[in-house]
Design a binder for this molecule. Structure first.
Ligand SMILES: [Ca+2]
Ligand SMILES: [Ca+2]
Length: 163
């Protein structure tokens, strides 16, 4: 499988570079060397919360807001959706999100179901809210939050979701 080999080759390259940088940091622990190393590390990890466009709610299939090697990334930008209305996250994103970032000044709600079947299993996230790993999180009803988000709702301010 050609693409499979490429993925492994890229992964190996990243690991080798990370190991080299770690060694450099330990071997030359001067302030200048540390600054240089930090800059290189940031280049090695381009995918992060910064991947989320302005005024958007974003979800990643993997933890740490990272889809460098694999995994989906989905963004829902303010203005593309009616406000205070539930929307399906889409077939690809449904029940997949493990890290999320509300890169909006306003609140965004999420729900376990679409359309929501009750008021129980939903959250109203504040503007700027971020969670790098939903594993271990639960909905108010007790079920696991990881790989379960199916709907989102854009509020029009940061006071509440105005359900
Ligand atoms: Ca996931
Ligand atoms: Ca769901």
């Amino acid at each position: 499988m050609h693409s499979h080999r490429l993925t492994h080759a890229w992964h190996g390259c990243v690991l080798a570079l990370a190991a080299a940088l770690t060694f450099a940091c330990v071997a030359v622990p001067s302030g200048a060397a540390e600054a240089s190393t930090a800059a290189h590390v940031s280049v090695l990890l381009p995918a992060s919360r910064s991947q989320c466009p302005a005024h958007s709610f974003c979800m990643w299939q993997n933890y740490d807001w990272n889809n460098v090697v694999s995994g989906g990334f989905w963004s829902y930008t303010n203005g593309d959706y009616a406000l205070v209305t539930w929307f399906y996250v889409g077939n690809n994103a449904n029940d997949q999100a493990t890290s999320i970032y509300n890169n909006r000044a306003f609140r965004t709600a999420i729900d376990i179901d679409v359309p929501p079947v009750s008021d129980t299993n939903r959250y109203c996230l504040a503007g700027g809210y971020a969670d790098s790993n939903l594993v271990g999180n639960s909905w108010p009803g007790g079920s696991t939050e990881n790989d379960s988000i199916s709907a989102f709702w854009h509020s029009y301010d940061n006071n509440s979701c105005h359900f």
